[in-house]
Design a protein. Structure first.
Length: 231
């Protein structure tokens, strides 16, 4: 298992480690054997000082005057974030998004293996999606126990997200990636990450709007709205 949480690595640093791993893999593909922190930071799109601080949590892998051995550093980061072993995941919700996730080739190259697809719709049960037979939600507990799955992906409509999260946790899942457009609650000890594509697009729309009218004043808030907000 990764040692990060036991060593007190900040969550923000953990979130950047896969970015460094991808950057190092790109350098390897380019035939680069060693690189400086500045070169790696540029490849990863981060500040060099931040990169050096992040890597300091992992140990001393750089050599003064030489930089980092790309292959060795890639291995160390991969080991730290659990990429040196395979992880089975279960996807709950086999609609358009769930089906697309099951077909994503980037999972297997990063040690992630889709072990099961689960859906509550009887019409979907028995279908073969991306080479995997869709299983009934009623069989979720047995699937997780039988295959030793610890990571679950929620790709359901928003209203189903919390019940599905509850069932995943009850079945023994300890890490959840939520794609559903809803906020879910999990108990302490369960890691939860959320990906909301609509919010990300709204943020981009905000930036596009600011580009179109950079000097436009902020809209005035009606008094009634102010009162409601402070109530």
């Amino acid at each position: 298992m990764p040692e990060g949480p036991n060593r007190g690595i900040p969550d923000a640093t953990v979130a950047r480690l896969p970015v460094y791993l991808r950057a190092l893999s790109t350098l390897i593909d380019q035939g680069v054997a060693t690189c400086s922190s500045n070169e790696l930071a540029e490849q990863a799109g981060v500040n060099p000082a931040k990169l050096r601080k992040d890597l300091s949590y992992l140990g001393s892998y750089g050599t003064r005057g030489v930089g980092y051995e790309v292959e060795y550093l890639r291995y160390q980061i991969a080991r730290e974030i659990g990429q040196t072993q395979d992880w089975d995941v279960v996807i709950v919700g086999v609609g358009n998004l769930g089906s697309a996730l099951s077909a994503y080739q980037g999972f297997s190259s990063r040690g992630i293996r889709v072990a099961a697809l689960v859906d509550s719709d009887p019409a979907r049960v028995g279908e073969v999606v991306s080479g995997i037979t869709v299983t009934s939600l009623d069989d979720l507990d047995a699937i997780i126990a039988e295959r030793g799955v610890s990571i679950g992906i929620i790709a359901t409509p928003g209203e189903a997200a919390q019940p599905v999260a509850d069932r995943l946790v009850a079945a023994g899942i300890t890490s959840i990636l939520n794609f559903a457009p809803a906020v879910v609650q999990v108990p302490d000890g369960v890691a939860l990450r959320k990906v909301d594509l609509s919010i990300e697009l709204q943020i981009l729309a905000y930036h596009e709007q600011r580009k179109a009218a950079p000097d436009a004043p902020a809209a005035a808030v009606p008094p009634a709205v102010v009162g409601e907000a402070s109530a």
